[in-house]
Design a protein around this ligand. Sequence first.
Ligand SMILES: *Cc1c(COP(=O)(O)O)cnc(C)c1O
Length: 391
Amino acid sequence: MSDKKFETAAIRHQLERSNQKEHSVPIYATSSFKFEDAEDARSLFAEEKEGNIYSRYSNPNNDEFIQKMCLLEGGETGMAMASGMAAMYTSMAAFLSSGDHVVASRSLFGSTHQILTKLLPKWGITSTYVDILDDEGWEKAITPKTKMIFLETPSNPALDLIDLEKICQLAKSKGIIVNVDNCFATPYLQNPIKWGADIVTHSATKFIDGQGRVCGGAIITSEELFPEIKFMARHTGPSMSPFHGWILSKSLETLAVRMDKHCDNALKLASHLEGNDALSQVRYPFLPSFPQYELAKKQMKQGGGIVTFELKGGIEQGRKFLDALKMISLSANLGDTRTIATHPASTTHSKLLEEERLAVGITPGLVRISVGLEHIDDIIEDIEQALVASK
Ligand SMILES: *Cc1c(COP(=O)(O)O)cnc(C)c1O
């Protein structure tokens, strides 16, 4: 961790500037870098010293972004990635070989699920899913071949939590790598490395950019595990563009204030909706009625920017509710300044069977709200009127 507080590190950590005395870092739009002489070139390639060679390997903008991410997550080193999925895939492919086994939480981001169920089996890598709330399930799923545990907490969209300390202890005792997709919480709300995780992966597309502008990702880890990740990334090329590195380093400067506001709005919305007679359930990790409220308080600083609720009228009402919204955007994205509503059963998870949806907590009337930074009164008003109109 940095010797500075979170907000300060996110704003003040900077790479050396050029000799133009610019206050804000410029964009290094260059595919390659020059060598001083033949010896400089040789020693850079031999990795005897650090330095930029080619932007598929490293670039000052991406370095600044990833160095900040490492400070904020408490990791030693890492790599900026072109997207969240580039981070998920690279962090798995770097360590898994034919015959290896992965234990993963059942409730995962859709494309992560596709990697585990469709792609990795092509190379003889298998996986077992564990229901998040099945406490014994994790230990039972582990086999002598298990190389990695991959998880997301809070889960999407059910917001179920996994006890990071417990899972990391279990994994350590068996020499298994724990890889946590920390996209929902961001480093401001939760630091998996503090509880013992070995790798933290991010989609920076969501709250880290927070303004719906770019796709990006990050892998943060230890010096010990890094060489494998670096090797995989350098040679397969899922690197971030310098422009995106520049944007995302700027985004981090406001992450703390944005997350405070997302969380404040989300808690206000959840508290307001609780008890509404059109809803059978309102879920938010920092609501005292949340079944895992104690765990949320233990491992998260605040409850995050996502609120879910269950419409009593099921799928039909879910669709009517979306159509009745006037301000809130309909989009599959999350973590934007603009509030977004998603009805997973008819959109993001419509290809699953009903039993499969129920197994990950997606009931027919479940609505996910990514609470934005608009005034809370306007967010509440739009949801209230859509609830009335969809009854
Ligand atoms: C969006 C998302 C991803 C994928 O990130 P991209 O930047 O879209 O590639 C992975 N995990 C979670 C939890 C996400 O929400």
